[in-house]
Design a protein around this ligand. Structure first.
Ligand code: SF4
Ligand code: SF4
Length: 142
């Protein structure tokens, strides 16, 4: 038996598991600045509740098809992670971040737009860079 623990959110935050599945994010290649999504729609096809939709177009310099719009409706999402697992791009265009701060009484606020997805992806990448910098500093100091 474990004692129940109440955290005073948002002043106190939980320690998340390394593979915690939080809000989705879209990633960008940090070297080129090109968005990693190639518009294959594998994520949209595998989602059991069909919560992912996108508009695609052919665009000069972009591999595959470029998503001009990308939506994930989190209202019925069970965070199963299938959409992320199936993404075929080497750099994982679609990820699940450690961000869980999303509360609203409005249905529309829980639909992630492409802008929000890219923002989540950027924040996650920045965090892993901070983490990597810390790891490197520790290695150097050892
Ligand atoms: S986590 Fe699962 S339910 Fe949610 S969008 Fe992805 S595939 Fe669909
Ligand atoms: S996020 Fe991944 S699986 Fe979804 S359309 Fe883009 S490349 Fe395909």
């Amino acid at each position: 038996m474990r004692r129940s623990v109440t955290l005073q959110y948002p002043d106190e935050l939980p320690t998340l598991a390394p593979r915690y599945r939080g809000l989705h994010g879209l990633t960008v290649d940090p070297e080129t600045g090109i968005e990693n999504c190639i518009g294959c729609q594998a994520c949209a096809r595998i989602c059991p509740d069909k919560l992912i939709s996108m508009d695609l177009e052919k665009r000069e310099g972009h591999p595959g098809r470029y998503p001009t719009k990308f939506y994930i409706d989190l209202n019925p999402c069970c965070f199963c992670g299938l959409c992320v697992e199936v993404c075929p791009t080497p750099m994982k265009a679609l990820i699940m971040t450690a961000n869980f701060h999303m509360v609203s009484g409005e249905h529309k606020d829980l639909v992630l737009t492409k802008g929000k997805l890219l923002e989540n992806g950027r924040m996650e990448l920045a965090k892993s860079r901070v983490y990597q910098t810390e790891v490197n500093a520790e290695k150097k100091a050892a």
